[in-house]
Design a protein around this ligand. Structure first.
Ligand code: SF4
Ligand code: SF4
Length: 324
């Protein structure tokens, strides 16, 4: 009985510990922050971060707690990321990954490699998370999306975000075309950086002007090209969300989805829209337990547990490793 209660935290603790221990042993330059200050102390940090992962999964194993704890841990992740960046930029370069700075805007994950003609560490990290967990990048791993999640706080409005498919495809094509043109024109770093900053500021304005008002993550759903890539490429991973026949069409779950994926038509079709990130918030809004995780032949409970184990172990590991 006792073992069953602590099974998920124990698995997340072990998985996070193994993942970070591998990095600690195999990578030559210390990647765990504490190790950069005192030899051997990286192991203490790995232990504490693994405890953090166990704590988070223990809170989130109850679906009713997911909206609150996902917000807390995603915000924490982003604050740790940006605090390290600010300290690093103030001259303490131990807080930076390699010292080769790039703008902390998700769009750079796509535009950067096109412009430079080579993959970056962040792009490889991003692709690995999509392969392992499908869309979890956009529900608890992205340093930028956490702010859109905060801006859209409270119960979502029932207003549908119209033309989202057309708008997000246009932005994606625009970003790719712009990166190709800048490369082709041999545009200097200054011009490219200014364009990227303008794009980032545009994103922040969308959060302030639209996400805040609509109580939906308008920036992530309609503007961010990485979100669009996640929406498409998440399908290489077998995790899915579906609505079973016990659904009474009460539409209560709509208020819990910040990704505009549970509109009346989606609920009638028994499947969240393409913008679903498998965040799990809607499970707390369904009084009939009709919304379920799916993974191959697993039961919904097993599928959800596996999803929590993978995403939270990855979230905790990235908390220790993600910096620029
Ligand atoms: S849509 Fe963009 S900003 Fe939002 S979580 Fe995904 S990558 Fe981050
Ligand atoms: S449908 Fe549910 S799991 Fe998917 S994004 Fe919306 S709230 Fe999250």
């Amino acid at each position: 009985m006792m073992y069953k209660q602590y099974k998920l935290p124990l698995i997340v603790f072990i998985m996070t510990f193994i993942l970070l221990a591998f990095v600690q042993i195999k990578v030559e330059r210390p990647m765990i922050l504490a190790e950069r200050f005192l030899k051997g102390s990286g192991w203490v940090e790995i232990f504490l971060i693994s405890c953090y992962g166990a704590f988070v999964v223990n809170k989130m194993k109850d679906p009713m707690n997911v909206p609150k704890w996902r917000k807390i841990c995603w915000t924490t992740f982003s604050l740790v990321f940006f605090t390290q960046l600010i300290i690093g930029l103030s001259g303490f370069d131990k807080f930076l990954m390699t010292g080769k700075l790039h703008l902390p805007i998700p769009m750079m994950i796509l535009a950067g490699p096109i412009y430079r003609g080579q993959l970056s560490v962040m792009t490889i990290l991003f692709l690995s998370t999509v392969i392992l967990t499908g869309p979890a990048w956009c529900s608890q791993l992205c340093y930028f999306g956490a702010f859109d999640n905060l801006s859209s706080g409270g119960k979502s409005s029932k207003e549908i975000l119209k033309y989202k498919g057309a708008i997000k495809s246009t932005v994606l094509i625009f970003v790719i075309a712009m990166a190709i043109i800048l490369k082709w024109m041999h545009a200097g770093m200054l011009v490219s950086t200014l364009i990227a900053i303008a794009f980032g500021v545009g994103g922040i304005l969308i959060m302030i002007l639209y996400s805040l008002k609509r109580k939906k993550m308008v920036h992530c759903v309609m503007y961010c090209p990485i979100g669009t890539i996640v929406n498409v490429f998440k399908h290489i991973n077998p995790f899915r969300m579906h609505i079973d026949q016990s659904c009474t069409l009460c539409m209560n779950c709509t208020k819990f989805c910040k990704y505009d994926a549970l509109n009346p038509l989606d609920i009638k079709n028994a499947k969240p829209a393409i913008t679903c990130t498998l965040c799990g918030d809607c499970l707390a809004g369904c009084h009939h337990n009709s919304i379920k995780y799916k993974f191959l032949k697993m039961s919904p409970e097993q599928a959800r547990n596996l999803y929590l184990i993978l995403t939270i172990s990855l979230h905790a590991s990235c908390l220790a490793l993600a910096r620029i």
